[in-house]
Design a protein around this ligand. Structure first.
Ligand code: SF4
Length: 343
């Protein structure tokens, strides 16, 4: 069984009842729903939280003035093709702009997919590696995309072996949906390729709903961990998917139960045609505040906003403290206000 990649495929699978307007959506933003994702969707539920992440709607044609093609400003920090150098000690290496699924809220939706930026050529990859080698301040390389785990183990190994030769790079980090949406790819050959650099390797698992963490996905996490790869999470806060305390609490606990350390909870970016996914910052702060009292400290993600224009991430979780001149009011998880320092 292969992924659904067309409007007619969505109709055939019963994921949509009518195609009106969706060809225009598909012409702008790629569609892909893997068998593993399809198996999680209840087509009879119009509010299915998995379907909402992957099944296109005509709401995507509705853009707002503040949305932008490059919402987090990657292109303002791109010294060579495939590299984003936003912070001094780390770079993104975007070798591929293809994904196993195409998320309807994707912040790089104008860059990924068949009509996107494609895959780096061998010469472009060599230039990107040369850039990293020439910048001794780069301590960490973050492999993202697209999804780097769509590459074959052989191609991943080639990249890892090139990075292995750069002494000042100490840590590699992959950001990927594959362990959740195409878990069968996470086999021993893939794990061996991911650790072929011999460097400390982290992998950020992108999941937005606890139902995505299936037994098959969990078996892949176990293989990664057995291979010495450390797992962290990333989640996008999405209206109609995970914008309630119960879902977020269960998701974060499920990460921890699977030895995945909660890392980022992203405020949704200003990607074109994604207004229907965005919650307000106040709603997000209330949700993370409620998590604080409800679940263990181990389960707390950092709630971050990528500041539009390429200014990097800001921690926006703390509506908990305000004040000036050394006098603050701190709010506890139940909303109680306390002076700090105490009077
Ligand atoms: S996997 Fe990541 S890059 Fe690919 S469509 Fe989803 S959010 Fe975008």
């Amino acid at each position: 069984m292969s992924a659904i990649k067309s409007v007619s495929g969505l109709l055939d699978a019963g994921l949509i009842q009518e195609a009106a307007g969706l060809d225009a959506v598909a012409a702008k933003y790629a569609i892909s729903i893997t068998p593993a994702v399809l198996a999680l969707i209840d087509p009879s539920d119009p509010d299915d939280r998995i379907a909402r992440q992957y099944v296109p709607t005509i709401a995507e044609l509705d853009t707002t003035p503040d949305e932008r093609a490059d919402p987090i400003g990657d292109l303002t920090h791109a010294p060579v093709e495939g590299i984003v150098h936003r912070y001094p000690d780390r770079v993104l290496l975007k070798a591929v702009h293809v994904c196993p699924v195409y998320c309807r809220f994707c912040f790089r939706r104008e860059m990924v997919g068949p009509q996107g930026l494609g895959t780096l050529s061998a010469a472009e990859l060599d230039a990107a590696i040369a850039y990293i080698a020439a910048h001794a301040e780069i301590w960490e390389v973050i492999l993202t995309g697209g999804d780097p785990l769509v590459l074959s183990p052989r191609r991943l190994r080639t990249i890892m072996e090139k990075l292995a030769t750069i002494d000042h790079v100490k840590v590699l980090r992959f950001h990927t949906r594959v362990p959740v949406v195409e878990p069968e790819r996470v086999d021993h050959a893939m794990v061996d390729a991911l650790k072929a650099s011999g460097k400390i390797t982290y992998l950020a698992v992108h999941a937005n709903h606890p139902r995505e963490l299936t037994p098959v996905a969990r078996a892949g996490f176990d293989r990664l961990i057995a291979g010495g790869i450390m797992l962290i999470s990333q989640t996008v806060l999405l209206r109609g998917v995970n914008d309630d305390v119960e879902t977020l609490a269960t998701l974060m606990r499920t990460f921890v139960e699977n030895r995945i350390r909660p890392y980022y909870l992203h405020h949704p970016d200003l990607a074109p045609g994604t207004r229907h996914f965005r919650v307000s910052i106040e709603e997000g702060q209330a949700l993370v505040g409620a998590l604080r009292g409800r679940i263990s400290g181990l389960c707390q993600p950092t709630y971050v906003l990528d500041i539009p224009g390429g200014h990097g991430k800001a921690d926006i979780g703390s509506a908990a403290i305000s004040g000036t001149d050394g006098c603050f009011t701190v709010r506890d998880w139940q909303g109680g206000a306390h002076a700090y320092p105490p009077k």
